[in-house]
Write a protein that binds this ligand. Structure first.
Ligand SMILES: Cc1ncc(COP(=O)(O)O)c(C=O)c1O
Length: 396
């Protein structure tokens, strides 16, 4: 490999949520223990250096010595348009792109722009926690269409309950997570087409969070929902380099909205929002020059994930997991160990000293006994975390 993804970079002292915020994590109940031996593998950013093209771009911006107000440049738009055209066969027009400082931020804007307090918003649990907090924090109501799961732990959309929810007049929006966090599922084209059609027929706006769409397994295929929908005027898609190129701190989200009315409502709610010069530099560099790095990273991630699955078969035999098709997020079902929530927490969070995210955060009804880990650190660190966790479940 050309890039050394095994390199460990010390992130302490940088304000990293994972590596510096122990007191806050304990205050929020994320962790009961946090010290210099803690492995915090809970949040979805990578402990892996960004591609050199982004480092060079950051140097170039820094060396300019003026960091004034900036707006997306022609080069910025072209980089996005070329990337999605080249990699996803998706033709985006410049005027359809709206910059937004972060994807969760964009979800909040969309919720306020397209729904009223008290309206219902469909999500598919278990799902990324900020979907729920954004909906409820804005006075809207969660309308859950629970994902279906088979014996092996493979999740798919439940189109029957989805349609039931979409038909309820109070439900005005659907937030799609594809690839799906935390299950790692990439929705099939058929399911995406069906969900788009159901939403169209029932006047439900779709906010497609496709932030993980570029970081998938080498043999997986990801299709943006707009590519399979018969009609795209009810679809708003959030794309970003934040996960793919490990620049979440630059908040580089681009929202694609083909319908001019939806676009202007979004822009009105968004207000004045400008990318930093660093964000512009990173987007241009990532999309124009980051492809080779990304392909290597994907291979590295595949190998990490496969090594974890092999290890778990041998050493955590009762833990159920499925190879994620997209994302580096790994969803683990510990229910067959028959332990209480406190017992699982003690084993993993205190005795193994590894911080994960509890299933209940993703699904308050059916998430008990599940844990989410991000396999986005150098492989030796990930393997160490699994060794520690397996030690706690030895002989059970
Ligand atoms: C599905 C999903 N959407 C959004 C985000 C956060 O995106 P951003 O940092 O752009 O707000 C995450 C981060 O884990 C995520 O998994």
């Amino acid at each position: 490999m050309k890039y050394n993804f095994n390199e460990t970079i010390n992130r302490r002292g940088t304000g990293s949520i994972k590596w510096d915020m122990g007191d806050t994590l304990m205050e929020l109940g994320y962790a009961e223990r946090y010290d210099e031996d803690t492995l915090p593998l809970f949040t979805a950013d990578m402990d892996i250096a960004v591609p050199p093209c982004i480092v060079d771009a950051m140097h170039k911006v820094a060396d300019h010595r003026i960091y004034g107000y900036t707006l997306p440049t022609k080069e910025y738009y072209e980089a996005i348009i070329n990337w999605f055209g080249r990699r996803h066969d998706w033709v985006i027009k410049q005027e359809e792109i709206v910059f937004c400082p972060g994807t969760v931020f964009a979800l909040g804007v969309a919720v306020r722009a397209y729904t009223e307090p008290g309206d219902g918003i469909i999500i598919q649990r278990p799902v990324y926690t900020p979907f729920t907090t954004t909906i409820e924090g804005n006075g809207r109501v969660v309308a859950n269409s629970q994902m279906l799961v088979n014996e092996e732990g493979y999740y798919i959309a439940d189109l029957t309950s989805f349609e039931e929810q979409a038909k309820k007049p109070e439900n005005k929006m659907f937030i799609l997570c594809n690839p799906h966090n935390p299950s790692g599922r990439i929705f099939s084209k058929e399911d995406l087409r069906a969900m788009a059609k159901i939403c169209k027929e029932n006047d439900v706006v779709i906010i497609a969070d496709e932030i993980h769409g570029d970081l998938i397994r080498q043999n997986s295929i990801f299709t943006p929902i707009v590519k399979v929908a018969d009609d795209t005027d009810h679809i708003v898609t959030c794309t970003a380099i934040n996960k793919t190129f490990n620049v979440a701190g630059l908040h580089a989200t681009n929202v694609v909205i083909t319908n001019p009315e939806l676009r202007s409502a979004f822009q009105k709610e968004l207000g004045m929002s400008m990318p930093t010069p660093f964000t512009i530099g990173a987007v241009v560099a990532a999309y124009n020059e980051g492809e080779e790095w990304l392909e290597e990273l994907k291979t590295y991630m595949d190998e990490t994930i496969d090594s974890v699955i092999d290890f778990c078969k041998q050493n955590l035999p009762k833990m159920k997991c499925v190879r994620p098709e997209g994302t580096y997020i790994f969803w683990m079902d510990f229910r067959d160990y028959g332990l209480s929530r406190d017992e699982i927490r003690k084993k993993i969070y205190i005795d193994a000293n590894v911080i994960l995210e509890e299933g209940l955060m993703f699904d308050p009804d059916q998430g008990a006994g599940f844990e989410r880990i991000c396999l986005s650190s150098p492989r030796p660190m990930v393997q160490e975390a699994f060794k520690r966790i397996a030690n706690q479940f030895k002989g059970m």
